[in-house]
Design a protein around this ligand. Structure first.
Ligand SMILES: Cc1cc2nc3c(=O)[nH]c(=O)nc-3n(C[C@H](O)[C@H](O)[C@H](O)COP(=O)(O)OP(=O)(O)OC[C@H]3O[C@@H](n4cnc5c(N)ncnc54)[C@H](O)[C@@H]3O)c2cc1C
Length: 177
């Protein structure tokens, strides 16, 4: 049996470096109030202060095509599941007009600040990801948070497909907007 005496030490050194530095920005009271109001409305809300180790928070904050976007730390990431939730988030933001926000679908746009936000509310559309085929099978509703691959897989049983980007794992609904 071969042993690697240095392996455990190396893992201990490497793991902390892989974690996001999630509390790098100052969070305003107004931003905290907006996050709290959204959470009070029953919408999943993960804050950079309390939930920075939560997998959904990490994915929302750090999974971007361009790493520069992941440098921005939102006060909270919120996850609407339907149009009613989106409406609740917009209402909460209207009550705090000084709070910046960003909408993120795939996070594929390389421009910093388009789908990421520093100290504000990050609206992740990841929960709105279903593909629903119409009864006459002529149109399909594709959620803004879905991936091309998921849409294609949902339509495949009906011998249908979607005209889309070439890479199925990308989540790029804004191409359609
Ligand atoms: C390598 C590469 C190749 C590309 N190739 C092409 C190409 O061939 N053709 C092409 O057209 N584009 C291309 N793009 C651009 C890409 O399609 C756009 O950046 C697109 O906006 C990405 O979609 P997304 O959902 O990932 O965007 P995100 O980064 O999540 O969002 C982009 C913008 O749309 C807004 N937004 C996102 N979701 C919503 C929503 N539900 N409602 C309202 N606003 C929303 C965001 O706030 C943000 O301003 C390419 C980009 C890269 C990096």
């Amino acid at each position: 049996m071969v042993s690697y005496p240095g392996a455990f030490t190396n893992i201990c050194l490497v793991l902390p470096l892989a974690l996001p530095i999630a509390v790098a920005t100052t969070i305003s009271l107004a931003a905290k109030a907006a996050c709290a109001a959204i959470a009070a409305d029953g919408i999943e809300t993960l804050t950079s202060e309390a939930d920075w180790l939560n997998g959904d928070y990490i994915t929302a904050q750090s999974h971007y095509w361009s790493a520069a976007n992941a440098d921005l730390i939102p006060a909270c990431a919120v996850f609407p599941a339907n149009a009613h939730d989106v409406s609740g988030i917009v209402t909460a933001l209207l009550d705090q007009p000084g709070v910046n926000f960003a909408v993120k679908s795939g996070g594929h746009n390389p421009n910093v600040g388009y789908s990421c936000v520093d100290g504000g509310v990050l609206i992740s559309m990841s929960k709105i990801s279903s593909t629903v085929l119409s009864e006459d099978k002529k149109t399909a509703q594709v959620g803004t948070g879905s991936r091309w691959l998921g849409a294609a897989q949902a339509l495949e049983p009906y011998n249908l497909t979607v005209v889309s980007g070439r890479i199925g794992t990308y989540l790029r609904p804004s191409v359609l907007i």
